[in-house]
Design a protein around this ligand. Structure first.
Ligand code: KIV
Length: 273
């Protein structure tokens, strides 16, 4: 068996996720956008790394995910793929690269897969994107869906509040989730919806559901890396568990460095040639 084949055997695939969900094993997913972080994340027993279009927020400082381009997503995804040996890498299709028509969607998905060598793409929406998903799948590209709070539609929603709290929207979401499973998505992200609705969707689908702000009944969870590490400090929704205050630690380390430079204590005699 070649080295490449051996590496592949350890890689998480859509079948790994399917098996995990069947066995009731929870799926862990987290975002990454660059080589160094992706390398650390991949060494941390994570199943799926999402090169999310949240890169627009946490890497580029935009207030929405809308401005990020296909080229920018490809740059982030290439950096992540170079670092990752184990986790499955999923890349978000950015706003405006798939909503136009299914031909455009297929072309964008092919460009992402060809240039990044990622393992799958994710896109937002329900029945309205089923035709595009079908065409992408026909090219052999695995597709992850995304329902509930879909940030690319923020201008339609007008707010980042919890979605589908009313019966009509909840029923529509269930229909959309079924349509995504039927067309062939291997998984679906459920963002910021009531836990009991996410439970119902997870019970009605056979493909794994991955929740963010959707409670404990989904087959897996996803968080934005910079949020859970406490690097982004101005975003504290109820669903976010902070595992570290890295922002404070970075500020303190950099201030110490700056003060050492100014006092002349860095570099010392051992830190020079
Ligand atoms: O872009 C992103 O980070 C996402 C997750 C919030 C699911 O889509």
């Amino acid at each position: 068996m070649s080295v490449a084949a051996t590496d592949n055997a350890r890689k998480v695939t859509v079948h790994t996720l399917e098996n995990m969900a069947h066995k009731g094993e929870k799926i862990s997913m987290i975002t990454a956008y660059d080589y160094s972080m992706a390398k650390l994340v991949d060494a941390s027993n994570i199943d799926v790394i999402l090169v999310g279009d949240s890169a627009a927020n946490v890497m580029a400082g935009y207030t929405t995910t809308l401005p990020i381009t296909l080229e920018e997503m490809i740059y982030h995804a290439k950096s992540v793929v170079r670092a990752v040996k184990h986790a499955m890498v999923v890349v978000d299709m950015p706003f405006g690269t798939y909503q136009g028509n299914s031909k455009m969607a297929l072309q964008s998905a092919i460009t992402i897969m060809k240039e990044t060598q990622a393992n799958a793409i994710k896109l937002e929406g329900g029945k309205e994107v089923v035709e595009s998903i079908s065409r992408i799948l026909s090219a052999g590209i695995p597709v992850m869906g995304h329902l509930g709070l879909t940030p690319q539609s923020i201008n339609k929603f007008g707010t980042f509040a919890v979605r589908a709290t009313g019966n009509d929207e909840a029923e529509r979401l269930i229909e959309d989730a079924k349509a995504l499973e039927e067309v062939g998505c291997f998984s679906v992200v459920l963002e910021k919806i009531p836990a009991m609705l996410a439970k119902r969707v997870s019970e009605e689908l056979t493909i794994p559901t991955i929740g963010i702000g959707a409670g404990k009944y989904t087959d897996g969870q996803v968080l934005v890396l910079h949020d859970m590490l406490g690097i982004t400090q101005d975003f504290s929704p109820r669903f976010l568990r902070r595992y570290h205050s890295l922002g404070d630690e970075i500020r303190s380390a950099v201030s110490q460095y700056s003060s050492d430079v100014k006092s002349g204590s860095f570099p010392n005699d051992n830190e020079q040639y």
